[in-house]
Design a protein around this ligand. Structure first.
Ligand SMILES: *Cc1c(COP(=O)(O)O)cnc(C)c1O
Length: 391
């Protein structure tokens, strides 16, 4: 069994009580909604000057959105359907940010009609669409591209533009009469605490240049990147809070303290829900490629097509729990149940599982509340999608 190096493992007592008595069909994820609330409180404590926009794509389940809405969270969405989910959860559209840089014109119009006001762009084409269709008082968030490394699940290649282009778009947005600001994303599961400082320095400098050309940026969006508790561990949220607060005080002194005038947004997805979920899968088969192999292949009834998409390139390495933990282990490759050879979870990451593991055992995949349920195929190979339960 792999041990995590973080000192504090999430307290899954409520989830464990559910798992001890359930006979629900696997695979499923069980979510402790109270833990989501706790994560919200911890993050707002760590970053008191930032408004939290929960990145809905991490887990859009209604009980999660409802709880966060009651706590005062705002929401970051990527599509009209996610807007509808937030509205169904009671969210005020003014607190919904349309953070996808790739939007159909009619989807911008839909958002505007629902009262959404803030849109992210990373090119002139998208800026023009928002100016035309984003409605009265539309506000533009220009996304910076910056790959700072250190993230287990990088996000920077597909989105964002270079600092000079961000500067140009800020100037244009101001000329068009729109409020504007800058966003970046340091990469998901970012384990380098310096990442925000590096990005904020670039943003502060480009904003200063844009101001000299007449732009009036009023906010900065720190994106996501805060961690879940996986095999390799990550610093605690207080360490992230300290690093980001220090960076804000350095580059955006008017964004901190009681007299802050500059708006700060943060868009956590993974941090809010990862540790609040456990995914339970059942062992379908344990086998060896040849009788002399020491490595066993463990096939679960949950794979890449049932929510474990982030095992792509073995990027996210989950902690696993079995009924035989504490007994002797041996090396394994771990795979899903489908007839697709891409459906392998781990082959190179040196996982070990108990030698006693047999067909029918339950394997719990820990901290699996983020980026799992909606990554599940509807019925590839006839396997039902990942189910979700709440405690
Ligand atoms: C996915 C996403 C997030 C959330 O990132 P995490 O690393 O899960 O916190 C935030 N902002 C945007 C724009 C995203 O696309």
């Amino acid at each position: 069994m792999q041990l995590v190096t973080a000192t504090r493992l999430p307290n899954t007592a409520k989830i464990d009580a559910f798992l001890a008595q359930t006979d629900a069909a696997t695979p499923f994820v069980v979510i402790d909604v109270d833990m989501v609330a706790e994560r919200y409180e911890q993050l707002t404590e760590a970053l008191p000057s930032a408004r939290v926009y929960y990145a809905v794509k991490a887990n859009p389940a209604l009980p999660i959105l409802e709880r966060l809405n009651v706590l005062g969270s705002a929401f970051d969405v990527a599509s009209p359907a996610e807007i509808d989910m937030c509205l169904a959860a009671g969210a005020d559209p003014v607190h919904i940010s349309y953070g996808n840089t790739i939007k159909k014109s009619r989807d911008i119009a839909y958002a505007a009609a629902k009262g959404v006001r803030r849109y992210t762009v990373d090119c002139i084409e998208e800026l023009r669409k928002v100016a035309e269709l984003g409605g009265e008082g539309a506000s533009v968030c220009v996304r910076l591209r910056h790959d700072c490394g250190g993230a287990d699940w990088p996000l920077s290649r597909k989105f964002g533009c270079d600092p000079t282009e961000v500067e140009n778009l800020l100037v244009l947005a101001t000329e068009m009469g729109m409020e504007c600001g800058v966003s970046f994303h340091v990469g998901s599961q970012q384990r380098d605490l310096e990442a925000w400082n590096e990005s904020l320095e670039i943003v502060a400098l480009l904003m200063a240049r844009s101001r000299r050309r007449g732009a009036e940026p009023t906010f900065v969006n720190l994106g996501g990147g805060f961690p879940g508790t996986y095999r390799e561990g990550a610093p605690g949220i207080d360490a992230y809070g300290h690093a980001v607060r220090t960076a804000l005080a350095t580059w955006f002194p008017d964004s901190v303290g009681p007299d802050a005038t500059f708006e700060v947004m943060v868009e956590p997805g993974r941090y809010m829900v990862a540790d609040a979920g456990v995914l339970r899968a059942e062992v379908v088969l344990v086998s060896r490629r040849s009788p002399l192999d020491t490595e066993r292949w463990v096939y679960l009834d949950c794979g890449k097509f049932h929510g474990l998409a982030e095992t792509m390139d073995e990027a996210i390495r989950y902690r696993l729990r079995t009924p035989h933990d504490g007994t002797a282990t041996g090396p394994v490759a771990i795979a899903g149940p489908t007839c697709d050879s891409a459906d392998v979870l781990y082959e190179k990451s040196s996982y070990e599982l108990p030698l006693a593991l047999v067909e029918g055992d339950m394997v719990d995949i820990l901290s699996a509340g983020a980026y799992t349920t909606t990554y599940s195929s509807v019925g590839f190979n006839g396997f039902a999608p990942l189910q979700e339960h709440f405690v």
